[in-house]
Design a protein around this ligand. Structure first.
Ligand code: MRU
Length: 355
């Protein structure tokens, strides 16, 4: 997309217009190797999402949409009936990749509507692919624009000389570009604010250490890495002025589902009277599910038993691996969206902003 207001230095997922494929950076290999993979195969993209080559709620939604567009071109020569039924199967496959990020289901629902409408309007595959591609590219471009807006609204909340703590990676590598929490950091930095970031390492997948630190170093924004269990002490020491994290899902009542460890940081922030902000596009807000209905992903315990590929305990050691946790609405100072900053009471104000 041209005409963006800020330089797009890091991209996680994009569309290969010439070959009609989805491309992504394999974030598992960062920061030491920048491997780019392109595909028009839904199974390959589904695997990339499950294995976390592609991760971060908005990036998961965008890549699923682009995967369907790429796959539709691959199916072009099929009989009309098979074309549409293969696409419905592809939606079902992508639906079953990761359960927590709302953006995935939001994006798949949008594509499903286009596919069903095309079928009901008796569009030929050659006509339908154009509609599907257009919708997938809208999802990509809307995410870029939303992140710029989130960055601009959020930057207003950042005082000069601030130290910002963030958790996991809510950066360009988790979105179509710029990030959510890190868009705020980027734009505050571009505005000339003297800021620095404290990044938690984010065990077990190390998105903070491997991705957030890399992204910020690429921009020249000062960043200091800490282990996850240092967060409470660093906040207590008054080193941090505010916390900004992303979200995988925000419910109607303002519960924030985000990377495991977020809740402990929010508790420490509350106890020490520092603001705890959540940066998320409205595609992350789920007005329909109650908090008890949200599925918190449990991943392979081997991720906990190992650091990268090395076991740190005997292989049969029992281990738990919840990928996300839940932060209560009363711990959240504000939710920064592309439509503005939502303040408490969230159960009233989230509905208003989603209208
Ligand atoms: O397991 P991940 O890496 O997909 O989890 C990512 C997060 O928890 C992010 O904070 C969230 O998706 C927001 S990204 C803008």
């Amino acid at each position: 997309m041209s005409g963006l207001k800020y330089p797009l230095k890091v991209k996680a997922v994009w569309w290969d217009e010439g070959e009609k494929r989805v491309c992504w950076i394999n974030t598992l290999k960062l920061p030491f190797e920048k491997e780019v993979i392109c595909s028009d195969d839904v199974e390959r993209v589904a695997k990339a999402i499950v294995d976390m080559e592609i991760r971060g709620a908005p990036a998961i939604g965008v890549s699923a949409a682009l995967a369907l567009a790429a796959y539709s071109y691959k199916l072009l020569s099929m009989e009309v009936r098979d074309f549409y039924s293969e696409l419905m199967k592809a939606i079902d496959r992508l639906w079953r990749t990761r359960p927590t990020a709302h953006n995935l289901f939001w994006a798949l629902d949008r594509l499903k509507k286009i596919i069903v409408n095309s079928r009901e309007s008796r569009l030929k595959p050659s006509e339908a692919v154009e509609e599907i591609e257009k919708e997938a590219l809208s999802i990509l471009n809307e995410d870029l624009e939303a992140n710029i807006k989130i960055g601009e609204y959020g930057a207003e909340l950042i005082p000069d000389n601030a130290t910002i703590m963030t958790h996991c990676n809510a950066g360009a590598l988790a979105t179509a570009g710029y990030g959510t929490a890190l868009a705020i950091v980027r734009i505050a930095w571009y505005q000339g604010k003297n800021i620095r970031v404290i990044a938690t390492e984010t065990r077990p997948v190390l998105q903070g250490a491997r991705l957030t630190v890399w992204e910020l170093l690429e921009e020249g924004i000062p960043v200091t890495l800490i282990t996850d269990n240092m967060a409470g002490y660093i906040i207590r020491k008054k080193i941090v002025d505010l916390v900004i994290v992303g979200a995988d899902r925000v419910t109607r009542e303002g519960y924030v589902i985000n990377k495991i460890g977020t809740y402990m940081i929010a508790l420490a922030a509350k106890r020490n009277n520092i603001p705890f902000y959540v940066a998320a596009p409205t595609s992350t807000i789920d007005l329909l599910s109650t908090i008890d209905e949200v599925v918190i992903e449990e991943r392979n315990p081997d991720e906990v038993r190992r650091i990268r590929n090395t076991y740190i305990v005997p292989e049969n050691t029992p281990a738990l691996n919840y990928a996300f946790d839940i932060t209560d609405p009363d711990l959240v100072s504000g939710i920064i969206t592309e439509k503005g900053v939502v303040l408490p009471p969230f159960h009233e104000n989230l509905v208003k902003i989603m209208k």
